[in-house]
Design a protein around this ligand. Structure first.
Ligand SMILES: Cc1ncc(COP(=O)(O)O)c(C=O)c1O
Length: 488
């Protein structure tokens, strides 16, 4: 039998990574200079063929040049978030050196959930959780090196994304009101209240938990889809009169679609009066807690029971990294009632294992990525980034408001702005068609959403270099595309 061809063995990490670094650094330079389209899409079959996926699986990379060629082709088929005209989803535009913690993790593979499997990653997770708790007001600043996992203090864990974090918070809310549910299944009287535009991961979590999506009872919102607190009280009375128990009230901070905040303090006060669990979905907006100028938008958050905060949105951390935080650490500790003899035991161990308190078993070195984003620039520069992105969205709002063919429904509170082009002439389907025409054109990448049943174009100012001139060009391109597409 013919022996298989020996595969290339990358003996030199330095030479290969240097070559890849050069490619990445050119990629960044070209993207930042807008020298390439933000996105040029091709069918997956074409990309698979260009990358020779089948062949590489069979025979492996043949040389360092082969790796470099592969990465170069791979990079041409990406969405260039580093282009200032990337204004799409709420996905972080990382700093130039943000990939290093992923590189270190990918090389040494020390997961963060079991202390002995990665003392440094676990320490950085504990430290970053403390830092976030301090931002909420749930931990004193001098306790950043307090890594005790006791029920007597606020606590939290990092998870792979906001959806898992919301699920974690909601299971904790259930453990508080119906601890027997873990073993016996759900009682049939639990409901969750919140605005209908809560992120879909909330409804999904309820279905996954076996409560059913109908356990979510929507509270009325205003024309901007912001929760109306008077309606919260009314809905609460209605569900109570039907013999239901409220497992949690959920608020947006901010809403994914609009970037607007629900009135956190008023909702928190209501929940405290009625002794209801208050969960704040701060996946996008909790970052305001870093800014003295912006944190008023989440005033009252310290009265909540749980909060999630995505670092891979506005903190420039590559996906994924989310914190789920609890004011009362006991809620974290009593969330999952399981034993696994190989990891969960009563012997005294050095450090802290977060594994018993996370949905994931093995986790990436999430705290390291988060720490890195802050350490690269220092906290004040990262805060400045957040503040200036919010200011740019406001600038775009002002520019659009000065035209007579664009319509903005609201003044932005974050870096998210929704608008329509000629709503008097273009219907919802045409607004959407316009979005696809812009994306396919490649010069800009933006998204769209529905607010109060109407279709809007949606810009999320994530890139640190996006400025007013990009908005002016976007307006010109929208007008041009609309002319091409529709008989205006
Ligand atoms: C308000 C809100 N909650 C939850 C999520 C889900 O987060 P992830 O994408 O990290 O799972 C998002 C995502 O955009 C969001 O905007």
């Amino acid at each position: 039998m013919k022996s298989p061809k020996p595969t290339f063995s990358p003996t030199s990490i330095t030479a290969t990574t240097n070559a890849v670094s050069t490619l990445l650094s050119d990629y960044i330079a070209q993207s930042e200079a807008n020298a390439k389209a933000v996105l040029q899409q091709e069918e997956p079959k074409i990309i698979a063929e260009k990358l020779a996926l089948k062949k590489l699986i069979e025979s492996g990379f043949s040389s360092q040049e082969n790796i470099v060629d592969f990465v170069a082709t791979y990079l041409t088929h990406t969405n260039h978030l580093k282009n200032p005209r990337y204004m799409g989803h709420q996905v972080a535009v990382p700093q130039e050196l943000s990939g290093i913690p992923d590189f270190i993790h990918g090389t040494i593979n020390n997961p963060g959930s079991l202390y002995e499997m990665g003392p440094a990653p676990a320490t950085l997770e504990g430290f970053m959780i403390n830092w976030m708790l301090a931002k909420v007001g749930w931990l004193e600043d001098d306790k950043l090196y307090d890594f005790e996992f006791t029920p007597h203090r606020a606590n939290g864990v990092l998870t792979h994304g906001g959806s898992i974090a919301n699920l974690t918070a909601l299971t904790a809310a259930r453990a508080a009101i119906a601890p027997e549910a873990w073993t016996e299944g759900n009682p049939d009287d639990l409901v969750v209240l919140g605005p209908a535009n809560t992120h879909y991961s909330i409804g999904r979590a309820l279905s996954l938990m076996g409560l059913g999506k109908n356990a979510f009872i929507p509270v009325a919102v205003d024309a901007h889809e912001v929760m109306d607190v008077a309606s919260l009280a009314a809905v609460y009375q209605q569900v109570k009169s039907k013999g239901k128990r409220v497992m949690a009230v959920v608020a947006n901070a901010c809403a994914t679609s609009t970037g607007l905040f629900d009135p956190i303090e008023a909702i928190a006060d209501f929940c405290q009066q009625q002794q209801l669990w208050f969960h704040v979905d701060g996946a996008h907006g909790a970052v305001v807690l870093m800014s003295d100028k912006q944190r008023f938008k989440m005033k009252g958050v310290e009265k909540a029971d749980s909060l999630i905060w995505d670092a891979h949105k506005m903190m420039r951390v590559p996906s994924l990294c989310t914190a789920v935080l609890f004011k009362n650490g006991a809620h974290l500790l009593q969330n999952f009632q399981q034993k696994g003899s190989y990891v969960f035991h009563d012997s005294k161990v050095i450090g802290m294992d977060t594994m018993p308190y996370t949905i994931e078993c093995t986790k990436s070195a999430l705290g390291t990525k988060l720490f890195w984003a802050l350490a690269l620039e220092g906290e004040s520069k990262l805060t400045h980034y957040v503040e200036t992105r919010f200011e740019q969205a406001l600038r775009f709002y002002e520019i659009l408001s000065a035209t007579d063919d664009f319509h903005c429904l609201y003044r932005p509170q974050t870096n998210i702005l929704c608008f329509q082009y000629r709503p008097d002439q273009l219907n919802d389907a045409q607004q959407l068609e316009l979005r696809y025409a812009l994306v396919n054109h490649g010069a800009f990448y933006l998204t769209s959403c529905e607010i109060d049943g109407k279709r809007y174009l949606r810009v999320v100012v994530m890139n640190p270099h996006t400025q007013a001139s990009d908005f002016v060009t976007l307006i010109a391109v929208i007008r041009e595309k609309a002319q091409d597409l529709f008989d205006l």
